[in-house]
Ligand binder design. Structure first.
Ligand SMILES: NC(=O)c1ccc[n+]([C@@H]2O[C@H](COP(=O)([O-])OP(=O)(O)OC[C@H]3O[C@@H](n4cnc5c(N)ncnc54)[C@H](OP(=O)(O)O)[C@@H]3O)[C@@H](O)[C@H]2O)c1
Length: 327
């Protein structure tokens, strides 16, 4: 089968190779083989290629962290029958940027009705991340103020939609006017171009000096540091990632004085430690999707061959919502 492979770590454009004859092991135990219909891109795919991601699959590996497709082979203990359409996380090193991928049964979920593969592929990682961050870690409540950084991106747009569905007042930041417009269309009451405006002043002004109850931060660095200037008493800052390049060093004395919490979120960790919680989150999110309160935002669909260029778009701040590849 055709699959993108990484034989040595480095810049994605240099180390990704499209191979024509890659063998996939037969699914064992509860594993399933999925014929990939769509695979969505994540910021973490670039980190995986560079060897900078928390998970380091053995070389060579195929990246691609969320897919939709059909089960075409199953291990003896698999939970999904042949012909079932599923969405979810493939099992590295056999990721989704390929014609076929492997997955553990508990990492993929049946697709309801006639949902398209491209939307199904874009529904998993970002919405799960937003759900665990906002609902489980930060216990976001209706009526609270939520700030979402990089709100036009993958996890950011999911967090805006979910925060709005929960009944929070959402303020979103993004780089550039067009992205700020996207944040408003996703449901943010206020959008801030944080490249040119001081989001600290806007958030404090809007909350009459109280600050935001919850801040969702996939950017890190200076964005985290400045978030501590507009977090409310007993507020919660959830550390999602460091798309800006580096993680901030949290000033714990400042957290003490202002009585706020800094919460980490590693969604992948729940998949291995608490798959039952991932399933619970999935059911909750599916309910919201069916109800129409959240909806996957696919901004571009490209072919499998176009992976390096599409990944460069995402890593270079030139994408909104989700980018999806189809074989
Ligand atoms: N903790 C978890 O379990 C978990 C799960 C999923 C993702 N993540 C993390 O969440 C972050 C976002 O992931 P994603 O896949 O949803 O990507 P994304 O948001 O679609 O893209 C990243 C966004 O970050 C912003 N950004 C700010 N400074 C940047 C810089 N120097 N270079 C590149 N982007 C910059 C850009 O938005 P603006 O132009 O609007 O600033 C960019 O669009 C990543 O750090 C990822 O690792 C964590």
């Amino acid at each position: 089968m055709r699959a993108w492979q990484v034989f040595e770590h480095g810049e994605p454009s240099e180390v990704l190779q499209l191979c024509e004859d890659v063998d996939l092991p037969k699914p064992a135990g509860e594993q399933v083989e999925v014929r990939v219909e769509a695979c969505a891109l994540n910021f973490a795919d670039s980190l995986l290629c560079r060897g900078n991601y928390q998970e380091k699959p053995p070389l060579p590996f195929t990246p691609g962290l969320e897919l939709a497709g059909m089960v075409v082979a199953a291990g003896p203990d698999a939970h999904h029958g042949l012909g079932t359409r599923v969405l979810g996380s493939p099992m590295l090193p056999h990721g989704g940027f390929a014609e076929h991928a492997l997955a553990r049964s508990h990492d993929v979920f049946p697709i309801f009705g006639t949902v398209s593969s491209t939307e199904a592929a874009a529904f998993h990682v970002t919405y799960q991340t937003a759900w665990f961050a906002l609902c489980r870690r930060a216990h976001l409540q209706p009526g609270e103020t939520l700030v979402v950084h990089a709100g036009a991106g993958g996890v950011g747009s999911a967090a805006i939609q979910l925060g709005t569905a929960v009944g929070a007042h959402v303020i979103a930041t993004a780089g550039g006017e067009a992205k700020v417009g996207q944040c408003r269309r996703h449901g943010a009451e206020i959008g801030i171009d944080y490249d040119v405006e001081d989001f600290v002043a806007v958030v404090n002004d809007h909350t009459h000096g109280r600050g935001a109850d919850v801040i969702f931060d996939p950017v890190g660095g200076d964005t985290f540091d400045r978030s501590t200037k507009c977090i409310a008493w007993e507020g919660r800052i959830v550390v999602i990632g460091a798309a800006g390049g580096n993680y901030a060093e949290a000033r714990t004395n400042h957290a003490l004085v202002k009585n706020y919490s800094v919460l980490g979120l590693n969604w992948g960790g729940y998949r291995s430690r608490h798959p039952e919680l991932v399933a619970e989150a999935h059911d909750d999110l599916m309910g919201m999707w069916e109800h129409g309160s959240i909806h996957p935002l696919v901004s571009d669909v490209a072919s499998l061959d176009e992976l390096p260029g599409t990944l460069a778009k995402l890593a270079g701040r030139n994408s909104t919502g989700k980018l999806v590849l189809t074989p």
